[in-house]
Design a protein around this ligand. Structure first.
Ligand code: HEC
Length: 425
């Protein structure tokens, strides 16, 4: 006979054992890997191995434990608690410890009947067939031993202005394409750089070159590993003027393998409904800074006030620095001085820059301010410092120069007004 007391004890034991319950692959871990790893760890994608079966998970288990507990993987940069983003693939503490406990417990498989449905294979174009597909003019031979940043000029041959509600970038070779940023060249200015070194395109590190993308609607977003294509909210579009060209800036990493080539494609989705707002990118930037040689924590800030009558809404953010960057923070400062965090990255890595879409668009009333704060390490303690010997570093587009920019993707309530955001340099 059990007394109430022993029953209670049983209950407690059952509780205790559920706390230490072993997580198994089929029920628990596979679901974490699907949601937070397979963006990149799948066949043909950017990561060096697929994480889509029990066998691969076991084969990589020690590395997984290390990478996850040391927070190297997954490479999700925004700090928790400073805004929330769509399609976030960061692990929370509970998920981290589940993965580690599972490896420590000897990787129990569980019942394969509990496995989740494999993620749908969406084919190449996640949003369906694009209205127009354009691609880089050449199959580019990617240097094996040196990171390459190259701009490719793609004519659109549009007979009339076109509004786009989505763009999908499709890297031709995910083993080497690290990120893509696209600009509209409305004036043809890219012609003064294109092909001048004997092959199509031109080297470009920080941006597409002077004169190529001069106003707030010249940026078309981009792709980095893990980024998914999405439609903009109804009524919002990006504009591709008649006769314009797309300039694709592609960062290739040197993976040491010979004979790698890439021809990245761009799928353009035309707006099907009427468009009343354009997505604009406000670059909040400081171009006047000087980082002294040896300076370990130089802080650079820039602030921009939204002009009177230009009430707006923030849709996405894209912080940008080069190799000396340590931290970057973007904030909105309200008219009442209330500070709302837009994004905070406290371990900047040039290799993992992204476009982050806000979970909830943030109102940006006229006269509120956008502020960017960048911290740089220009000492020899920074292993990525490209300058040896150390030197004073200021604004510029080269690898050895720096930038402090918060790109803020906004829509303005009133359209038709010229909202050219002047680039100062
Ligand atoms: C945004 C893309 C991306 C996501 C998401 C991602 N990885 Fe990776 N992973 C990579 C790339 C690329 C590499 C190759 C090494 C590098 O560039 O850091 C890598 C390497 C690794 C390695 C081997 C190298 C090391 O650091 O030990 C492990 C293990 C790993 N990933 C585990 C995971 C796990 C587990 C997850 C999910 C919880 C995950 N990754 C999510 C892109 C990603």
């Amino acid at each position: 006979m059990f007394t109430r007391h022993t029953l209670a004890l049983f209950g407690l034991l059952a509780f205790a054992s559920s706390v230490h319950a072993q997580y198994n692959y089929s029920k628990d871990i596979s679901r974490i890997f699907q949601a937070k790893c397979q963006q990149c760890h799948r066949e043909g994608d950017v990561a060096p191995f697929a994480l889509d079966s029990y066998a691969t998970a076991v084969a990589w288990s020690e590395d997984i434990k290390n990478a996850v507990s040391q927070k190297r993987m997954p490479p999700w940069k925004p700090v928790d608690g400073y805004n929330s983003f769509r399609d976030a693939w960061g692990l929370n503490d509970e998920e981290r410890s589940m993965v580690v406990n599972w490896v420590d417990a000897g990787m129990p498989e569980g019942d394969p009947a509990d496995l989740p449905e494999p993620l749908p294979n969406t084919g190449e174009w996640a949003l369906g067939d694009p209205d127009m597909i354009v691609k880089m003019p050449i199959e580019f031979a990617v240097p094996a031993r040196k990171d390459t940043y190259r701009c490719f000029v793609i004519p659109t041959s549009l007979a009339a202005d076109q509004f786009l509600s989505a763009i999908q970038y499709l890297p031709g070779n995910r083993q080497v394409v690290h990120h893509v940023i696209a600009y509209v060249d409305k004036t043809g200015a890219s012609a003064k750089y294109d092909g001048k070194d004997g092959s199509p395109g031109y080297d470009c590190f920080g941006g597409p070159g002077d004169g190529v993308a001069e106003d707030a609607t010249s940026m078309l977003g981009g792709w980095a590993p893990g980024v998914r294509a999405r439609f903009l909210p109804d009524g919002i579009a990006m504009k591709l003027p008649k006769g314009s060209k797309i300039v694709l800036q592609v960062h290739y990493f040197a993976n040491g393998k010979k004979d790698q080539t890439d021809q990245t494609k761009v799928g353009l989705y035309y707006s099907k409904n009427s468009v009343n707002k354009l997505l604009a990118f406000l670059p909040i930037l400081n171009t006047g800074f000087k980082l002294k040689p040896g300076e370990e924590n130089a802080e650079v800030t820039a602030q921009f006030a939204i002009p009177p009558f230009y009430d707006a809404t923030v849709i996405l953010v894209a912080p940008h620095m080069h190799l000396l960057g340590k931290q970057i923070k973007l904030e909105k400062i309200g008219i009442d001085k209330k500070v709302d965090p837009l994004i905070y990255i406290n371990d900047w890595n040039f290799s993992w820059q992204g476009f982050y879409t806000l979970e909830t668009p943030m109102p940006l009333p006229a006269l509120s301010q956008l502020k960017v704060t960048c911290n740089f390490d220009n000492s020899d303690k920074n292993p990525k410092n490209p300058n040896n010997p150390l030197k004073t570093v200021g604004w510029g587009e080269g690898t050895e120069d720096e930038m402090c920019v918060g790109f803020v993707g906004v829509v303005f309530d009133r359209q038709g007004l010229p909202f050219v955001s002047k680039r100062t340099r």
